[in-house]
Design a protein. Structure first.
Length: 211
């Protein structure tokens, strides 16, 4: 019994150490990575329906950010889409639909996954919208669990994985149980990025929907 108690204590101590490391990595990334650019692949898996296997869809593109409040996701495969936060407006451009959706950034961004990796000025700002807790190391990464404080939102949970000081993975589970895993590679931080990188002008002839 004594040995079992020692083993349990050791297990939870190890988990705490791993958790602290993940939280430290998040704090260091938010504090020191003022700009960044990376490639990404994203796999979205819908919940399995009765009698059917879960279905996944993959996409890829590039990601850039300038903290605080500016970022850009450019999806190149299989369909071209652009998501831009310019500090005031969050733009979504779907090339195939020739449609642009514009939303006031302040009303949607703070509690979004993008806040965790790109737009928040510091960890204190994140804690206004997320409960941050440590998760055990897994797959060679240090993890942080971010639970949205807004229970009526579209997010169920977000996990952020770090490899050392570098952002590696963003895992999102929405309120419908759909899981999205975004993996980052070729990350570079703190390079100069032109202000025009985060400017967006709706293309001529595109349908504009303002929300």
């Amino acid at each position: 019994m004594f040995i079992q108690k020692i083993a349990v204590c050791f297990l939870f101590s190890s988990m705490a150490l791993a958790s602290a490391s993940g939280l430290d990595s998040l704090e260091a990334f938010v504090k020191t990575a003022k700009t960044g650019r990376a490639d990404f692949t994203q796999v979205v898996t819908a919940p399995a329906k009765e009698g059917q296997a879960a279905r996944s869809k993959s996409s890829s593109g590039t990601f850039e950010f300038s903290r605080p409040s500016r970022f850009k996701f450019v999806y190149r495969k299989p369909f071209e889409q652009t998501i831009v936060a310019d500090g005031q407006t969050l733009w979504l451009y779907d090339l195939d639909l020739n449609q642009v959706t514009a939303r006031k950034q302040s009303s949607v961004l703070a509690s979004s996954p993008a806040a965790l990796i790109a737009s928040a000025a510091d960890v204190k700002a994140l804690q206004a919208d997320f409960t941050l807790s440590a998760a055990p190391d897994k797959e060679g990464l240090e993890w942080v669990l971010a639970s949205p404080k807004a229970k009526e939102g579209m997010l169920q949970s977000v996990r952020v994985g770090f490899k050392g000081a570098d952002l590696a993975v963003l895992e999102i589970v929405d309120s419908f149980g759909q899981r999205s895993v975004m993996s980052f590679s070729a990350l570079r931080t703190n390079m100069p990025l032109e202000p025009a990188t985060f400017q967006f002008k709706p293309p001529a002839g595109a349908d504009l929907i303002q929300q």
